[in-house]
Design a protein around this ligand. Structure first.
Ligand SMILES: [Zn+2]
Length: 270
């Protein structure tokens, strides 16, 4: 087998033939065999490469076809939001919740989940809502975490859909910002055309979040929230309030909310 050159590495030269009568029949046979083996190796390489392309192509085509869910962790960076205690701010808690929801959704493989930010930095509101349009999202959810000791400090959840004006918001800073943005950029009134879908999404979320929280602690309503105004998809804002300063409790509340939110997303898209 020493002359079976096709199995040698290029720098490993086979021993020269000792016959003087030219290549023997065996050598010819080996050369022919060698030729086919080379062809087979080339063929199998091509087959392997094509299979890889098909596999990855199929995978990405499948991922492209999946409905897109955009999760927007509120605040971040220089706009940390509420101080939740124990050195944690709202922006960090919102990002942690977004990653948990993405983890649950990714494990089920039925949607493609996009985060508007995946680090501790801030984004302008139009970029957050714009991510829904850029990704042709079927759902946009902005995530927030508040702290409100005025109501006994019990954990509560607010699910808000967009409404240009609400009696509670009239005259507030948020209301002024929303009205100014609608006047300056009328195309940002995308939320108006998505109102029915947004309300339904808020209802499905509210019902599912009640699995793990007393019904009177989960509320849904319409508010003139600037981040939702420009979202061209059914859009809501979910705010977990009073998760507490203890990391373990906060982690538990977030884990349960992530499961509930992921289930609501799947139900909404059915
Ligand atoms: Zn917030």
């Amino acid at each position: 087998m020493k002359n079976f050159a096709c199995f040698f590495a290029p720098n490993q030269r086979p021993e020269p033939s000792t016959t003087e009568e030219g290549p023997s029949r065996a050598a010819n046979f080996m050369a022919t065999g060698c030729f086919f083996v080379k062809k087979m190796r080339l063929g199998s390489t091509l087959f392997f490469v094509s299979a890889l392309f098909l596999l990855f192509g199929g995978f990405f085509a499948h991922a492209e076809r999946l409905p897109v869910v955009v999760l927007d962790p509120g605040h971040g960076g220089l706009t940390p939001g509420a101080d939740l205690g124990d050195g944690v701010n709202e922006g960090q808690a919102a990002l942690s919740l977004a990653k948990k929801i993405k983890g649950v959704l990714d494990s089920r493989g039925e949607v493609r989940t996009v985060l508007t930010r995946d680090g501790d930095y801030n984004l302008p509101l139009h970029e957050r809502a714009g991510a829904a349009a850029h990704n042709q999202a079927r759902i946009f959810i902005s995530l927030h975490a508040g702290r409100d000791w005025s109501r006994g400090g019990e954990p509560r959840i607010l699910v808000a859909y967009y409404q240009a004006r609400s009696p509670e918001s009239a005259g507030t800073e948020e209301d002024a910002a929303v009205q100014a943005s609608l006047e300056a950029r009328p195309w940002e009134s995308a939320a108006q055309s998505q109102k029915a879908g947004s309300r339904r999404l808020a209802d499905v979320l509210k019902n599912n979040l009640q699995n793990n929280a007393p019904p009177d602690r989960v509320r849904a309503g319409g508010y003139p929230l600037a981040v939702l105004a420009g979202a061209d998809a059914p859009a809501v804002l979910v705010e977990l309030t009073n998760m507490g300063a203890k990391p373990r409790l906060r982690e538990e509340i977030q884990n349960r909310a992530a499961q509930d939110i992921a289930r609501a997303i799947q139900l909404f898209l059915q």
